[in-house]
Design a protein around this ligand. Structure first.
Ligand SMILES: C[S@@+](CC[C@H](N)C(=O)[O-])C[C@H]1O[C@@H](n2cnc3c(N)ncnc32)[C@H](O)[C@@H]1O
Length: 224
């Protein structure tokens, strides 16, 4: 797993530049994994759902369509991405949602607030030593038995999948700061249960689709 080479304070700047072309990139390389993740998340109307790092709202608009009677919250670090998500959400006709600037490291929600937490292509931007901190934060806001549905750029299973990590080594910003990661061991270390992982490759871009649950009786690390 390569180490992250984009500092957190540069992310909003990079994604403000990428925002206008992001949906085309996502359609070409990420749409299969995103679709599969939402299928496995099996969101039921009436649930409380949080998407962390909504980006331009590609998953969020689908969440709104499947959860008309529930509560839908979305946060992202980058305002330019959120503006696009707002436009998609407004077109959906749904009124059960809120989209705001927010940070995955410090979610502005009480403990045990959500039935489902969705997170796509964000951990591949974060430093490895922060993975557990952010997963603890996800666990804190999920209810016991709550589902985590995530997708990450991952380590390729074929030689040609390594192309994207080579691009990252030359210029991390070209890939929006994303490099391949493996989250299952971190989820296990964080105490998530019923963890499943599927591998998806689209245009040689390798993704892992992960589902996991917050254990009943799971302890929550106190916030400082
Ligand atoms: C590769 S894009 C993925 C967007 C969206 N999840 C998708 O799959 O289309 C990464 C997104 O993560 C957001 N992001 C990165 N670090 C974040 C953090 N600490 N908290 C919230 N959002 C973050 C960026 O602003 C960007 O919109």
């Amino acid at each position: 797993m390569p180490e992250a080479r984009i500092e957190k304070d540069r992310i909003a700047d990079i994604y403000s530049k990428i925002a206008p072309s992001y949906d085309l990139w996502a359609w070409l390389t990420e749409s299969k994994a995103r679709d599969r993740c939402l299928e496995l998340a099996a969101i039921q109307s009436g649930e409380d759902v949080l998407e962390v790092a909504v980006g331009t709202g590609l998953a969020f608009e689908r969440i709104l369509a499947t959860n008309p009677a529930g509560r839908n919250e979305g946060i992202d670090l980058t305002e330019a991405m959120l503006i696009r998500a707002q436009k998609k959400a407004a077109k959906s006709g749904s009124r059960n949602y809120r989209l705001r600037v927010g940070d995955a490291y410090d979610l502005d929600f009480p403990d045990n607030s959500f039935d489902v937490l969705v997170n796509h292509y964000m951990f591949d931007l974060l430093p490895r030593h922060d993975f557990l901190t952010v997963l603890e934060e996800f666990k804190r806001v999920l209810r016991p038995g709550g589902r985590l549905a995530m997708v990450n750029m991952t380590v390729g299973e074929r030689w040609y999948n390594g192309l994207w990590d080579r691009v990252y080594r030359i210029s991390p910003a070209l890939l929006g700061g994303c490099r391949s990661v493996l989250l299952v061991p971190q989820l296990e270390a964080c105490g998530f249960q019923h963890i499943s992982r599927e591998y998806v490759s689209q245009l040689a871009f390798p993704s892992e689709v992960i589902q996991a649950e917050k254990a009943f009786g799971s302890s929550i690390r106190a916030r400082i």
